[in-house]
Design a protein around this ligand. Structure first.
Ligand SMILES: Cc1cc2nc3c(=O)[nH]c(=O)nc-3n(C[C@H](O)[C@H](O)[C@H](O)COP(=O)(O)O)c2cc1C
Length: 217
């Protein structure tokens, strides 16, 4: 079966199979190069994730050259997946996401989803609120939204027949310095994206009744 047919079949996979079959993969086929066009498509789907006030604070730095992956290797504590994956996607959160509020809400007006005066007053309120929020609250928002988009990315990748691993194991300060990350962007996690040559380890989950509480803890 060609790769294309394989992908097409996987694209029709049942959502519950996609959830079950996503595993953290750490051994990737270094010969597989996913095109920038396809990576962009994956990110476009992932960005359908929800976000606080729809401000979409995520920014994606796609690292796909051998030189930059080599530069990342020691920063990621020599985890080989950053070399062998087709690309490593750094999920960043913009602390100044409110600066795009006007263009986001204008889009909604143009699409006919919201009257212009509603959008204008929402933008004014939101910009005022974000500028007065303590930094730790903004950090919490971008990490929450960044986690949601990361999960979407990993599921979209799996639905397209690709594999990922979420990575928090890297030196964030060194990463920011090496990759010239602006002050207002915080890195949330790294996600190597590629094709597994070895499936992820099977993992278990706590029995659901140990983690679910109805109405009281
Ligand atoms: C925030 C976060 C950080 C993680 N960091 C790493 C990492 O640095 N390296 C790694 O190999 N796996 C990392 N993992 C993957 C976890 O080990 C993995 O998700 C967990 O063992 C469950 O396995 P599964 O993803 O295959 O279901 C991380 C997962 C999360 C959610």
């Amino acid at each position: 079966m060609s790769n294309l047919q394989n992908t097409q079949i996987l694209e029709q996979q049942n959502f519950f199979d996609v959830i079950r079959e996503r595993r953290s993969v750490r051994v990737f086929d270094p010969s597989v190069q996913i095109s920038r066009e396809e990576i962009t498509e994956i990110l476009e789907q992932a960005a359908l994730a929800p976000s606080s006030a729809n401000l979409q604070p995520w920014r994606f730095l796609v690292i796909d050259t051998p030189e930059l992956k080599q530069k990342l290797l020691p920063i990621a504590f020599n985890q080989q997946q950053v070399i062998d994956a087709s690309a490593v996607i750094a999920i960043l959160g913009d602390l100044e996401s409110y600066k795009k509020a006007e263009s986001i809400y204008n889009q909604a007006v143009e699409a006919g989803f919201m009257p212009a005066d509603t959008a204008k007053s929402m933008v004014e309120r939101m910009v005022g609120m974000y500028q007065s929020l303590p930094p730790e609250v903004i950090h919490q928002i971008i990490y929450t939204d960044g986690g949601l988009v990361s999960m979407s990315l990993m599921l979209v990748a799996r639905a397209k027949g690709y594999d990922t691993v979420p990575m928090g194991g890297y030196d964030k300060a060194k990463f920011d310095e090496a990759f010239g990350i602006p002050e207002n962007y915080k890195s949330v996690m790294l996600i190597p994206l590629g094709k597994a040559t070895k499936p992820g380890h099977p993992t278990t989950r706590l029995p659901i009744n140990e983690v679910v509480f109805f109405n009281e803890i």
